[in-house]
Ligand binder design. Structure first.
Ligand code: G4P
Length: 189
């Protein structure tokens, strides 16, 4: 997606060969017009997949996910990384290990918002090792629903997640596949 790639080149910053900062439009501040374009692009790519629900992992996946859901005309479901005391019944949970943060967290889905007849598109901001996406797919499958794929705004394709997910049979669409980074270097596939 050319608009997104140009924005990453203009406002993103590679800290080193692993970490890309996109704080100004995706992680700390959100550009709604760009997110709307992102949502329309995901909706176009998955238009024939029969999506009935979009799901994402809080926090930074929410903006692109809600715009995708709006473009597809379906609801958007949030998987939580922290569990509030009021969310304790009718839930599905799975453990996810984050290599970036070197710790595990429990991903939680409220069952009420996913059903066996659902075809679910998972949207997230970054794909690195793929652990979050695998966790999201486990919850979709535990609900008896069908995962139709992952749409990621940015994929660091030099990290193992994208290949692991595709080898496991999941469709992955990356709007900005980053193939190489270094201090002030960002290259796309
Ligand atoms: P994985 O799911 O693909 O295995 O990724 P991992 O757990 O390693 O990523 C943990 C967090 O770090 C995720 O956000 C992910 O979006 C983010 N992340 C990974 N690589 C980068 C990067 O190069 N740049 C930026 N800006 N973020 C990266 P999170 O902690 O869940 O944050 P949030 O969604 O709550 O904002």
């Amino acid at each position: 997606m050319e608009l997104l790639k140009q924005r990453i080149l203009k406002d993103g910053r590679a800290l080193d060969e692993h970490v890309l900062l996109v704080d100004s439009f995706l992680n700390n501040q959100v550009d709604p017009a760009l997110m709307r374009a992102v949502g329309e692009e995901f909706a176009a790519r998955f238009k024939d997949a029969g999506v009935t629900r979009v799901a994402t992992i809080e926090t930074s996946g929410i903006a692109p996910a809600v715009m995708t859901a709006e473009a597809l005309g379906v609801p958007m479901v949030i998987m939580k990384k922290s569990l509030s005391s009021i969310l304790k019944d009718d839930i599905l949970q799975t453990e996810v290990f984050s290599f970036t943060k070197n710790k595990s967290y429990t991903l939680t889905l409220k069952k009420t918002y996913m059903h066996p007849e659902d075809r679910v598109l998972v949207i997230d901001d970054f794909l690195a090792n793929g652990e979050a996406a695998f966790g999201a797919f486990r919850l979709v499958e535990a609900a008896g629903a069908t995962p139709v794929g992952l749409g990621t705004v940015i994929a660091k394709v030099f990290q193992p997640g994208i290949d692991k997910l595709r080898e496991a049979g999941y469709r992955v669409e990356a709007l900005a596949p980053v193939s190489r980074m270094g201090e002030n270097i960002i290259e796309f596939e």
